[in-house]
Design a protein around this ligand. Structure first.
Ligand code: NAD
Ligand code: ADE
Length: 480
């Protein structure tokens, strides 16, 4: 472990990281064009930005983009297995951000990394916290909210959070950390909440949490929902997973995909990408759904839509993509074929009943992030990345080009939040999506690299379909 105002696995990997970052930059034209366009004006000057998002090579390019725009950055990963250690090493060595991330963190280390990423070592008059965060899944947002809640209760009647009050192992760790800050700095989270401008959230599950907080009037700051930019969810979630699902299956198991039976749980954006990837690899591919619209879509693409129980004993590869809990249950796994491969590509690890599986089986490690869980009758299932998102646990996540789209949205969202921090454009407690004109701009940044020739409207045509010649080209209700 190497440490300074950073903590990474091995700083000597920095040269390797730098070479891969340079390759990735070439494949991330959206981020490069954003720097070209805004770099000289330093629109993020003075902004302290903390990130909780998979510390990969692609994220390294995002971090360096934010820095070139003037931001002061601290970072951690949003998953214990997703860090690419050479990316983290390059970012730490070259002073691009104070980074706290390595592949294979314990949960305790994970939350300590989050705490370090959100705590500046040089406090100013507003305290030691960030002005804005980039979150992926909402853990950093949760920490700020739980911290402030605890401080307010403590001030009111001296109540201290009780880690024993919850069965959730991660939440216990969060409460333990908050108890510590109550002693060292009982106003830490209130100071953060006071200075805080807003969050830009990367993923479906994190956005879902934000809307729940908006609904209950408990969201403390402004939020931009990056996931629902069209150039994010209809590209990263779909084409990204279409690429990184088979990549992870092959790196983890080397199993022949053609001819196998695959089951994809959920046919949303991620599920669609996963189902098409398995079909393209030659798998007989089944889908489960709860939503009649998505079920109809799957069926009309030729995927049999079934109940889990209908196919549980014949499928070879099972992938859950729902963002929901208890999708692959222990009784399903007990009924599976020997060596069935069980995995989750959704954000959190509660899609597979891992605790119940651990209790019912004996675990044999095959290699890092690949385990066989054997039932008392001798048959077993192979579980990837301990049930955590497998494309980042067993492979390197989505490739740079698709992440350039997601991260250009992130960068534009951060510029918007900072630029409008003193205006009424974004209200505290509310969640916004970026305007369509910015979404279209993100797409346009990526066309040149693919040799796309875009047709221009004539004045007459623009008038006929009632759209401005330069866009936006669709109403907000259009679904792509
Ligand atoms: P989505 O809402 O578009 O799709 C989820 C689908 O699951 C929906 O169609 C829903 O009807 C279905 N579903 C819900 N409960 C179900 C159940 N019990 N059985 C069957 N289907 C069910 O969401 P999405 O954008 O596809 O994202 C899915 C998850 O993947 C989220 O957790 C998201 O954060 C995550 N994600 C992961 C990556 C990655 O790289 N691993 C990338 C993007 C998103
Ligand atoms: N999410 C999916 N793939 C990713 C990647 N390569 N980097 C960061 N976040 C990701």
């Amino acid at each position: 472990m190497a440490e300074g105002d950073y903590r990474v696995a091995d700083i000597s990997l920095a040269d390797f990281g730098r070479r891969e970052i340079e390759l990735a930059e070439y494949e991330m034209p959206g981020l490069m064009k954003t720097v070209e366009e805004f770099g000289k004006d330093k629109p993020l000057a003075g902004a302290r930005i903390a990130g909780s998002l998979h510390m990969t090579i692609q994220t390294a390019v995002l971090i360096e983009t934010l820095k070139k725009l003037g931001g002061d950055i601290r970072w951690c990963s949003c998953n214990i297995f997703s860090t690419q250690d050479h990316a983290a090493a390059a970012i730490a060595r070259d002073g691009s951000a104070a980074v706290f991330a390595w592949k294979g963190e314990t949960l305790e280390e994970y939350w300590e990394c989050t705490m370090n990423a959100i705590t500046w070592t040089t406090p100013d008059e507003g305290g030691d916290g960030p002005d804005m965060i980039i979150d992926d899944g909402g853990d950093m947002t949760l920490l700020i909210h739980e911290g402030k809640k605890a401080e307010d209760l403590f001030e009111k009647d001296g109540t201290v959070p009780d880690p024993a009050s919850t069965d959730n192992a991660e939440f216990k760790l969060v409460l333990t950390m908050i108890c510590r800050t109550l002693k060292t700095d009982p106003k830490k989270w209130n100071k953060i909440a006071d200075r805080f401008i807003g969050v830009s959230e990367e993923t479906t599950t994190g956005v879902h949490r934000l809307y729940q907080m908006q609904e209950s009037n408990s969201l403390l700051f402004r939020a931009i929902n990056v996931n629902d930019s069209v150039t994010k969810s209809k590209f990263d979630n779909l084409y990204g997973c279409k690429h990184s699902l088979p990549d992870a299956l092959c790196r983890a198991t080397d199993v022949m995909l053609a001819g196998k039976k695959a089951l994809i749980c959920g046919y949303g954006d991620v599920g669609k990408g996963c189902a098409f990837a398995m079909k393209a690899a030659g798998c007989i591919t089944y889908v489960t759904e709860i939503d009649p619209i998505c079920a109809l879509q799957a069926s009309m693409e030729g995927f049999p839509v079934v109940k889990f129980e209908t196919v549980q004993s014949v499928v070879d590869i099972i992938v859950t993509t729902t963002g929901n809990k208890d999708i692959i249950r222990v009784e399903h796994m007990a009924a599976m074929k020997n060596n069935a491969i069980v995995s989750n590509i959704g954000h959190f690890d509660n899609e597979i009943q891992m605790e119940q599986l651990e209790a019912a089986t004996t675990r044999f490690n095959i290699k890092p992030q690949v385990d066989k869980y054997v039932f008392p009758d001798g048959h077993g299932v192979i579980v990837l990345a301990e049930g955590r998102l497998m494309n980042l646990g067993c492979a390197t996540g989505h490739p740079s080009f698709v992440m350039s789209n997601s991260f250009t949205n992130q960068t534009l969202a951060q510029i918007e939040l900072w630029k409008e921090r003193k205006t009424e454009k974004y209200q505290k407690g509310q969640v916004y999506v970026l305007p369509k004109v910015l979404d279209e701009r993100v797409a346009s940044y990526h066309l040149g690299a693919l040799g796309v020739e875009l047709t221009e409207l004539t004045d007459d045509q623009a008038g006929y379909i009632s759209v401005p010649k330069v866009g936006p080209f669709k109403p907000d209700t259009y679904r792509y």
